[in-house]
Design a protein around this ligand. Structure first.
Ligand SMILES: Cc1ncc(COP(=O)(O)O)c(C=O)c1O
Length: 468
């Protein structure tokens, strides 16, 4: 039966043809962060309808390599029918219970699993629907715990420059590239300190010395703000947004010690880092630290369902147990959704069956060795990463590490050339390489070959701007 669309008069059957779908997409879908003109310039939106492993197909049957796992999400790879099956079964049996005062069987099983696989005594899970909500939840927990412990003035949050923690108002306040003109004023009491960066240190230092200075800066900021006013410090263990700089273990150990000394809670945002992305189940494990609160999302379900969580250590939850009549001032209708929970459980079973974390470490080492070969390009200033969270930094001059600048035509052109060749990734100041953890060596070779070709062409077109 053909269903008549009330407003446009077009039919759903019409809309299924590629041309019409594209028109419908342009007419009705609000893409989240691309400018409208960019979308329209591509003669319509790219619409995908199938995925398998690290490959995606669009409605024209064109094949792409998903070099960024959607958005650092699809860790277990596309096309996992078994996850869809358990979600369907769960939806038939019980689709929803309120998280206000109840929970569901799969949610309990998932909370148990997470308490087992997260580092140290992170063991109490507050479920939500994504990364921004996880961050909102974490900072609210930090503030409330400080107040309940007798420090109501500890409301300030220290984040790092270059960081990304989400786009809801609170999470965006912590995000470095927040847009003051549209959305200010932001959450009061947030400050941003330098990010560890061994390639281009804010302090003109090299190697671990750069990280040590960045850690000292955090302490200085706590002291400048007044420790009695600071609730928490938040950072991604290995920040993707800040350019995939991998800090030394010393940096994170110093932050742990500084926070403890000043009564400040430490939040590790593992929304991208978690679930094998960096070659460990959680990136904190590289550094041997246990944060007070960890935020997770994305790889938790590998994108098969929208789910995130803030997980706290025993001592944090103890504060709530001691004051038994005080609840967290927070409630999310979809927190701990049973259908999302079974997706996460199945996803984690796949991780175990296919040793995906070890695989990420092994394939990541191979990817990095192949990316090292791209250093022969005049514009590849640095190659870095951990596991399958890798990037190359694009510069105008290797000697001076001159940046191309934000939204540079060189980066844009390189991105277009990659896309034309079927390699989906993000190319700004750095080009990201973060495929699903099931990637094969052949697929890595293909991604590197495409990147090599794209850089060669873009460098030829922009030769006049490249400094020898
Ligand atoms: C480190 C980090 N935290 C939080 C978020 C926000 O997650 P979401 O987009 O699911 O709200 C992101 C998103 O990319 C992220 O990278």
């Amino acid at each position: 039966m053909v269903i008549q669309e009330a407003v446009s008069g077009r039919t759903i059957a019409d809309a299924v043809s590629p041309a019409n779908l594209q028109q419908e997409a342009l007419d009705h879908v609000w893409v989240h962060s691309a400018a409208w003109t960019d979308v329209a310039e591509r003669e319509g939106m790219r619409i995908f309808n199938r995925g398998e492993g690290i490959r995606l197909w669009d409605i024209h049957g064109r094949e792409y390599l998903d070099g960024i796992s959607g958005l650092w999400v699809v860790n277990a790879g596309h096309g996992r029918a078994e996850i869809g099956e358990v979600m369907g079964e769960q939806a038939k049996q019980l689709a929803y219970v309120s998280a206000a005062a109840y929970t569901s069987e799969p949610t309990v099983r998932l909370a148990h699993t997470l308490s087992e696989i997260t580092p140290g005594d992170l063991s109490r899970v507050y479920f939500c629907s994504g990364g921004s909500e996880a961050v909102e939840t974490a900072i609210k927990i930090a503030k409330q715990v400080q107040a309940m412990r007798g420090f109501p003035r500890r409301y300030k949050v220290i984040a790092r420059r270059g960081s990304y923690h989400g786009m809801t108002q609170g999470a965006m306040s912590l995000t470095a590239m927040r847009n003051e003109a549209y959305f200010g004023p932001f959450m009061y009491g947030v400050s941003h300190v330098p990010h560890p960066n061994q390639y281009r240190s804010d302090f003109g230092l090299e190697g671990e010395a750069a990280d040590i200075m960045a850690a000292k800066y955090v302490e200085q900021e706590i002291e400048n703000q007044g420790p009695e006013t600071v609730a928490c410090v938040i950072g991604e263990p290995i920040s993707s947004a800040a350019g995939v700089h991998v800090p030394s273990a010393t940096y994170w150990r110093m932050l742990r010690e500084i926070c403890d000394r000043h009564g400040v809670l430490l939040i590790a945002d593992e929304v991208i880092n978690g679930f094998g992305r960096t070659g460990k189940m959680f990136a904190c494990e590289h550094f041997g630290i246990v944060p007070d609160i960890m935020t997770i999302a994305k790889g938790l379900t590998s994108g098969y369902a929208p789910m995130g969580a803030a997980i706290v250590r025993d001592a944090v939850f103890e504060t709530f147990k001691e004051q038994e009549k005080v609840a967290m001032g927070h409630l999310l209708t979809f927190g701990g959704h049973p259908v999302c929970a079974v997706a996460a459980i199945k996803n984690l079973e796949i991780f175990q069956q296919e040793s995906l974390v070890d695989r990420a470490a092994e394939m990541g080492a191979y990817l990095k060795s192949r990316l090292e070969e791209l250093r022969s390009h005049p514009t590849v200033g640095d190659v870095r990463g951990a596991g399958l969270l890798c990037a190359i930094e694009l510069v105008k001059s290797k000697e001076n590490k001159t940046k191309w600048g934000k939204e540079s035509p060189f980066a844009k052109r390189t991105g277009e050339l990659l896309m034309e060749r079927g390699f989906i990734t993000r190319t700004w100041e750095v080009m990201h390489f973060a495929p699903p953890l099931v990637v094969t060596k052949d697929e890595i070779d293909r991604m590197v070959t495409i990147a090599d070709e794209a850089l060669t062409i873009a460098e030829g077109e922009h030769a006049a701007e490249i400094e020898p």
